[in-house]
Design a protein around this ligand. Sequence first.
Ligand code: PMP
Length: 291
Amino acid sequence: MGNLVYLNGELVEKENARISIFDHGVLYGDGVFEGIRAYNKKIFKLSEHIDRLYDSAKIIMLSIPLSKEEFKKAIIQVCKANGMEDGYIRPVVTRGVGYLGLSPWNCTEPSVFIITDSLQLYPVELYEKGMPVVTVPTRRNSNESLSPIIKSLNYLNNIMAKIEGKNAGVEEVIMLNNEGTVAECSGDNIFMVKKNKIFTPPVVAGALPGITMASVIELAIEAGYSVEEKYFSRAEMFIADEVFLTGTAAEIVPVVKIDGRTIGEGLPGKITRELTKKFKSYVDSHGTPIL
Ligand code: PMP
């Protein structure tokens, strides 16, 4: 992986890339980001990620100083400069440099940076044998506090959830919302299968509108399955036939144990495996070439 990042319009060496300690991204987590994946010199669903970045920014009234087309070009530029083939791309936009006060109006120019890196993946055996997960005490942000549809730099409750998962010895965790229904995971969306029907919580239950989630829904409908967005509880998950998670880095991960209960047969399920196979070829036809 190459050694350059995009920082406010320029390509700079990673070790020389600096932002101010007065940037409100640093002081207050005031900013938004994306996590994008490149497969075989193509950027998966670039436009969808850019749309989500601009949606996140719009909600927090952060005006990104580039057009969407310019942003896409900047991403392609840094990928190209780094000779990116397969990897991870992290665009970040912060409110920029201001004073110590909360007020965003003191920040004149947002900071924009784009990092490319290798992927942090779950261990392969979790895909083969399935992953055990637990539900954690930390709840997903409520819509009334910080909407989970904003991919903001405030990920502290997801980090708390991750710590709770680590303490329980698992790689990923299920987060509930304040009503106690299932929202999503610390960095992945969640699906369950019951009697050949596929369910996922609606975004309003506390989920990020995942790009992988949308791709999997599209593939499942194409394969003739019924997919329904529905609120469901922990107990309903325990008696599901299959549960799986989706995310940019994770792709599709089978879940075989939740809070000590074995899911289905305790192995990756039939529909999970079918969708995983379809997803592998789907990524080939949904990429923007790094040219
Ligand atoms: N939920 C959260 C909280 C996330 O941060 C992410 C992204 N890692 C996802 C779900 C999955 O979204 P995507 O498929 O777009 O990566």
